[in-house]
Design a protein around this ligand. Structure first.
Ligand code: ZN
Length: 169
């Protein structure tokens, strides 16, 4: 059963939850437009596990696990920067906010206002939340930093401050 690229309406969501449906799905990065836009490895796979269940007898919930390798752009040197992501989420779908108050705190609340839920959007949101806003290399980038002489400038600063302090009043 393929879930990933489709949408789910409220009735289907209830049905999946009551059945405790569990599905493993494989997508490509290219299937997720917002992720595709920032990734270098567009043809690589994304593995997703979905487990639907009912909480408090009425609320459909979804536990998801997402794993992928993604190559982003380092915001300092503009070279590729690999990330290996294994993330999970637990989400409760509600029709109104009052419903959310009775639910366990560990659940993210998804206000189901639209007619249909796009799993692609859901998965994209979770991935975007887990990657840094301005990704940068930790070590490799530092060596390219040195080559540009930027590192030297940073080192000189403390001395400049010291000189100012030592100036006679
Ligand atoms: Zn870098």
């Amino acid at each position: 059963m393929e879930l990933g690229k489709g949408t789910i309406d409220w009735l289907k969501l209830i049905k999946f939850a009551k059945k405790n449906l569990s599905v493993t799905d494989e997508l490509s990065i290219i299937d997720l437009p917002r992720i595709n836009g920032i990734a270098h490895n567009k043809s690589d796979k994304i593995k997703v596990n979905y487990s639907f269940y009912v909480e408090n007898k009425t609320t459909p919930c979804l536990d998801g696990e997402i794993s992928l390798n993604i190559y982003l752009t380092c915001q300092r040197c503009l070279e590729e920067l690999p990330f290996s992501l294994d993330l999970s989420f637990s989400m409760a779908f509600v029709k109104n906010e009052n419903q959310a108050e009775e639910l366990s705190k560990h659940l993210e609340i998804y206000l189901f206002e639209d007619k249909e839920l796009s799993l692609i959007d859901l998965i994209s949101d979770e991935i975007l939340l887990s990657i840094p806003m301005a990704p940068k290399h930790n070590l490799d980038c530092l060596s390219s930093f040195k080559e540009n002489n930027n590192y030297e400038q940073v080192k000189e600063k403390p001395f400049a401050i010291l000189k100012n302090i030592k100036k006679p009043m």
